[in-house]
Design a protein around this ligand. Structure first.
Ligand SMILES: [Mg+2]
Length: 132
């Protein structure tokens, strides 16, 4: 397990401000510099505008403007984001949704309601943070 590199950046994309705060705090505790976006459209704008690349995106499914699946597809269609790991975090708990997300290019999938332990476990599967 590689330790988190200094300056690692995470983008938390969710239309719930409370969820953004909770996930953001978890990621900050791990050592990420955290940026928030409230939908896929804002996330894409942030990802493309910033010169310093993001390492990780936590992406909600149901959001206005551009939803999580559209966002993941857009990310995977752009080679500039090849190094970006994507964890879907969503209330869509059935296997069909999970398969759609993974097919779209999400690296891992976590269901709401989540716990800090679950998020850490999923990140560990992505090679991020301490093993759990
Ligand atoms: Mg939502």
């Amino acid at each position: 397990m590689t330790p988190l590199e200094e300056g690692s950046r995470a983008l938390v994309v969710d239309d719930s401000r409370a969820t953004r705060r909770i996930l953001g705090r978890m990621l900050a505790e791990i050592g990420f510099a955290v940026t928030e976006a409230e939908n896929g459209k804002e996330a894409l704008a942030t990802l493309t505008a910033d010169e310093q690349p993001f390492d990780l995106a936590l992406v909600d499914w149901n959001m206005p403007e551009v939803d999580g699946i559209e966002l993941v597809k857009a990310i995977r269609a752009d080679a500039a984001f090849d190094g970006l790991k994507v964890l879907m975090v969503t209330t869509e708990a059935d296997i069909d949704h999970m398969m759609i997300a993974l097919d779209a290019g999400a690296d891992e999938y976590a269901m709401k309601p989540f716990t800090a332990a679950v998020i850490r476990e999923k990140l560990a599967l992505l090679g991020i943070g301490e093993p759990v």
